[in-house]
Design a protein around this ligand. Structure first.
Ligand code: NZQ
Ligand code: ZN
Length: 388
């Protein structure tokens, strides 16, 4: 196992009726900006719960943070932050609202052009404190230090990370999932699954806790992802999926182990160029990433196959390639079982997408990705070609 330093300072309040906790979490003296998206929180009752919990606070609101939040939209919030002297942000939504709010929190204290935080990795030295009421389990943003923001003008989608934007608290009430459109439930299950894979499917470093914890999350997502897809009202499955998504990207399973993140690197370009949802891009790329990088990832692929999917070389007369083919097929089948597409052609996209994606990655100098920097542009081309 590698050396690591780990902490996660997000206070989690998990379970039904926990939204009321925000009244204690946010200081009464604070001037709060409640941020949210396109309005789903108004039709499912979450907004009303926030209103009553904040009845003794001074608060303002900023709505309209879109999926894949844009610099253009978020910049508008900075005016309110300045005018009203906001000193606490409460993000109410999915990963996009959480990420967008992290950007607002950092940009408000940033001296200079805020986009430099992403484009030039300019250091974030402080930020407005923020808390999150999660409405869509998927990204883990509610208890991690990362945010992904897009610049519409240039079709860029970039990430930044800073401990200063790590949420102070997060409310995880699984009952909020009852209003999720099927597409977003699917996205959440797949995104969380791929987050685990990016931190697990590399090479072994004898990190038994991280491996077994990762395998537990994967098994839970496989089981309860399918259960919840069949029965949207299964409360037990909802709770397990919500907690899995948080655990998948809160820093714990990635501590002390090599990480990959090339599926995400490619996926972000696909979203920026063609507008596919974040998780939709991952489900296209991951199966081919597993296949093309099978030699380097062999030990962990076989470990995943045996421990998570119950697929072993002995079932294929010891033929490793056939075993790995079966492991990939079962993973892709899982995506399909939760109603996720796994090919560009299913979105009416053709081989025309390949060159622009390669060009974006090249411009961003993402030409050697993965745990061994061996996901080269040639490998990406092969992955994309096989994913059509
Ligand atoms: O805007 P509203 O009206 O709220 O509707 C949203 C949005 O249209 C809707 N929704 C959310 N909760 C709902 C609901 N509808 C009904 N009932 C509810 N309870 O769902 C739609 C999608 O929301 P969004 O926040 O975009 O989805 P998600 O949570 O999947 O976030 C995706 C974004 O997070 C980034 C992605 O790149 C993408 O921009 N990621 C952030 C990460 C991080 N911060 O660590 C890591 C991830 O890998 C990812 O890159
Ligand atoms: Zn993701």
């Amino acid at each position: 196992m590698f050396n690591f330093s780990y902490s996660n300072k997000t206070q989690i309040h998990f379970g039904e009726q926990q939204i009321a906790q925000i009244s204690k979490e946010i200081p009464k003296s604070a001037k709060v900006l409640v941020t949210y998206g396109g309005g789903s929180i108004k039709s499912n009752g979450i907004y009303q719960q926030v209103q009553s919990a904040l009845s003794e606070h001074t608060w303002f609101e900023f709505s309209g943070i879109e999926p894949n939040p844009s610099l253009e939209t978020l910049s508008k919030a900075l005016t309110i932050v300045e005018q009203e002297q906001i000193d606490y942000i409460l993000a109410v939504g999915g990963g996009s609202v959480a990420d967008g709010s992290k950007f607002i929190a950092a940009a408000a204290h940033f001296d200079g052009e805020p986009w430099d935080i992403l484009s030039k990795t300019a250091p974030v030295k402080s930020a407005i404190p923020l808390g999150v009421i999660l409405t869509l389990p998927a990204t883990g943003s509610e208890s991690n230090s990362f945010a992904v923001v897009s610049k519409k003008e240039t079709n860029e989608k970039l990430a930044f990370g800073s401990e200063h934007v790590h949420p102070r608290f997060a409310i995880l009430d699984p009952s909020v999932m009852s209003s999720l459109p099927e597409r977003q439930l699917t996205n959440g299950i797949v995104d969380a699954f791929v987050h685990v894979m990016e931190q697990y499917l590399t090479y072994p470093v004898n990190a038994k806790i991280q491996d077994r914890f990762s395998e537990g999350i994967l098994m839970t997502l496989l089981e309860d992802g399918v259960t919840l897809t069949k029965d949207r009202n299964d409360k037990g499955a909802r709770a397990n999926i919500m907690w899995s998504a948080t655990q998948a990207l809160n820093g714990l399973i990635g501590s002390g182990v090599p990480q990959d993140w090339s599926t995400h690197g490619i996926g972000h370009q696909i979203t920026a160029l063609y507008g596919l949802d974040h998780a939709q891009t991952l489900a296209i790329v991951l199966p081919r990433m597993m296949s093309i990088m099978r030699a380097e990832k062999q030990a962990k692929l076989l470990q995943y196959g045996e421990r998570v999917l119950a697929i072993e070389p002995s079932q294929f007369n010891g033929d490793i390639d056939k075993t790995i083919d079966a492991i990939i097929e079962k993973t892709e089948n899982f995506f399909q079982q939760v109603n996720m597409k796994t090919r560009f052609s299913e979105y009416q996209l053709t081989s025309d997408v390949i060159d622009p994606i390669i060009e974006s990655l090249t411009n961003l100098k993402m030409t050697k990705m993965g745990e061994n920097q061996s996901v080269t542009i040639d490998k990406v081309r092969e992955i994309l070609t096989n994913s059509l």
